[in-house]
Design a protein around this ligand. Structure first.
Ligand code: NI
Length: 178
């Protein structure tokens, strides 16, 4: 079921979410279905449970091809529960981000370029992956939602924050949403 996405200003987006304790439950299955339905309905690259008002440490992300990021490499469709992120190398890079909770806007956000992330899938199996570039960016953005952090709170240069059609009148790869 497609759920309404909370928008910046809603205090539920600022909470630190609780760990998932009950894996492989019907309620978890239904929540994951709703997250994927909602993400796909809006062409998102990812979505975190708090964005639909659910106070749990759970994110989904991934795409084969995303119309909003046509240059982006595919990211495996992923359920990531109770995640942790470790920096690899410590190097940062900037990139444009959007967010379904911050509709119509984009900002230039510094992120770790390479990370290792770990967590659990929907069956409670532990897994981990190394990621870099846009994949690493999406994971950091989504996991920030679990700590009540929206991408504008990570920005250092607010002159690179604006409405997508004003920033990119020609359209193009930066017209993305997460
Ligand atoms: Ni977001």
């Amino acid at each position: 079921m497609i759920r309404p996405v909370l928008r910046m200003g809603d205090p539920r987006l600022l909470r630190r979410s609780r760990p998932v304790a009950d894996f492989a439950s019907a309620a978890l299955r239904e929540l994951l279905d709703d997250l994927f339905d909602t993400m796909h309905a809006q062409d998102g690259a990812g979505l975190a449970a708090p964005q639909i008002g659910v106070d749990l440490r759970l994110v989904v992300f991934g795409f084969e091809h995303n119309a909003r990021y046509p240059q982006a490499e595919p990211i495996p469709l992923t359920v990531l529960i109770n995640p942790s992120i470790e920096a690899l190398g410590g190097e940062e890079e900037g990139g444009w981000e959007g967010c379904l909770s911050v509709p119509g806007l984009r900002g230039w956000v510094p992120r770790l370029r390479r990370i290792r992330y770990r967590g659990f899938d929907e069956a409670g199996r532990a897994f981990g992956r190394e990621a870099e570039g846009f994949h690493a960016r999406v994971v950091q953005h989504e996991c920030d939602h679990l700590d009540g952090i929206l991408y504008p709170m990570r920005m250092r240069d607010l002159s690179r924050f604006g409405f997508v059609d004003a920033l990119f009148p020609e359209g193009g790869d930066a017209a993305g949403r997460q």
